[in-house]
Design a protein around this ligand. Structure first.
Ligand code: HEC
Length: 112
């Protein structure tokens, strides 16, 4: 009974403190100012995609994002999967809507 009270108290305390809340622990949104540039897109794709698409991994579907040039050369396919179909990354909770939008904006600028 004491243990139950303690747990209840703990629950109430943590419930009241917003700083303890983590909205989605699986995803860490990357800082964003809305502008796209090489460093930002390169970091974003590396973080969200290279666990599966890299020459250091099995490279799903033969697609590798080892360098920024790899990303640029596949910009159109990246946009199709990430923005149009939302089929990549396979687990949709691993990317934010803002990040999809950034990738879309960048891909359009690449004109590839
Ligand atoms: C968990 C592993 C995983 C992650 C993370 C991942 N992919 Fe994929 N990707 C795959 C697999 C598996 C395939 C092949 C099967 C398929 O098309 O679903 C694929 C296929 C693709 C294709 C080719 C699809 C086609 O039909 O032309 C593209 C482009 C792609 N991924 C881009 C991305 C991008 C960009 C990201 C990051 C936002 C990403 N992927 C993240 C596993 C992953």
């Amino acid at each position: 009974m004491k243990k139950l009270l303690f747990l209840t108290a703990l629950f109430i305390i943590s419930g009241c403190d917003n700083s303890l809340k983590i909205s989605n622990p699986t995803i860490n949104p990357l800082p964003d100012s809305g502008e796209v540039n090489e460093t930002k897109i390169s970091n974003l794709i590396t973080q969200r995609c290279t666990s599966c698409h890299s020459s250091k991994t099995v490279a799903s579907d033969g697609i590798r994002f080892d360098s920024y040039q790899d990303m640029v050369s596949k910009a159109r396919r990246i946009k199709r999967e990430v923005v149009d179909f939302k089929s990549m990354p396979p687990n949709p909770s691993e990317i934010t809507d803002e990040e999809r939008a950034l990738i879309g904006k960048w891909a359009e600028q690449q004109n590839k």
